[in-house]
Design a protein around this ligand. Sequence first.
Ligand SMILES: [Zn+2]
Length: 421
Amino acid sequence: MTTRLILLASFIFCLHSYGQQSSYYLTADRVFDGESLHENWAVVVEGNRITAAGPKANVKEPAGATRINFPNSTLTPGLIEGHSHMLLYPYNITDWDTQVLKETDAYRTARATVHAKNTLMAGFTTARDLGSEGAGYADVGLKRAINEGIIPGPRLLVAGRAIVATGSYGPKNYDHDQQIMLGAEAADGNDLVRVVRDQIGKGADLIKVYADYRWGLNGDDRPSFTLDELKLINEVTRSSGRVMVCHAKSKEAIKRAVLAGAETIEHGDDLDKEIALLMKEHNVTYIPTLAAVEMISQYRGWKKGVSVEPANITNKKRSFKEAMTSGVTIGMGGDVGVFPHGDNVLEMELMQEYGMKAFDVLKAATSVNARAFHLDNQVGFIKTGLKADLLIVSGDPSKNISDLRKIKFVMKDGVVYRNEK
Ligand SMILES: [Zn+2]
């Protein structure tokens, strides 16, 4: 055969394999569809979509489909991480100030590609990234590389630089003769209009605002923006079709954020009955970030189960319980980056440990997050027509959430990234 013929033959082969969509017929002992658990179900994937899901008797296996089945397994929607920082890595390896101030964006982005991969391989097919912490718009670039298939990673919703009030955020306490780069973009008053628009123009999918920070007289969490400033940020953000999400720990900051129109409250450490009911009334989702507080306490020397529980953990437990009791919508987000990317399930384990049923924790990281982030017409459920983001684990995570660590299979957008033999 001449070279030209070989080329022609391989070209035709390529066309053929491109035209022929790959299809999968997946079965498992249990199928969790985002809201309920089913037995004897089958799921069909064709191309990048779920084309059938239901009782085996009603689901036709496509001819030539690849069969996927693991013994004693549970099939779930790909998990959704609600609060990550792809550009950060654990503070016990390198403290936050050093990462922000001394590491180049190129170095941090190189690390972030690995973080993205680890996140996806852990079964998290979607993640919100809530601030690059001094790495500019590296998250926007990271998202593009993932979307173009250059590197493996979760589908990302990114915040870009995030917004802080002047004087509130770190790195702090350096000689004021020198201009110190902050972990987010400072803006105040009417200038917030320009900054929100600029962040949107540079690729932010949502606007992340620090509604408070530990800049009180004794380093306590105090509101940073006024209610009017938050309303202004929200108004400009909304008119672009995006949403405002707020870091808020103190009661007053949560209250202002909710009244200004925030869609999610991140951390919410001092949530009480009054605040919980306000959040519920305004249909605001609570993202607890339990794991960040636990891990930072451990980095500071707390020995879990041995030494006395630090006050910030006792607080967090109280807030989490109050949110559950008051019926606040609780999503899942761990502030991962503070602890290792790929260990995202730690947050879910703590949610169970702090009193939430494993089944509800599973819902939080799938259907609840999908609805809270306006992604429920794409992901978070196993339903005909949705994107084929699927996870298979051994065991039953609806009873024991740690079974999510026993990963057998990960698919995102119809592409298999993990398939353990
Ligand atoms: Zn965070």
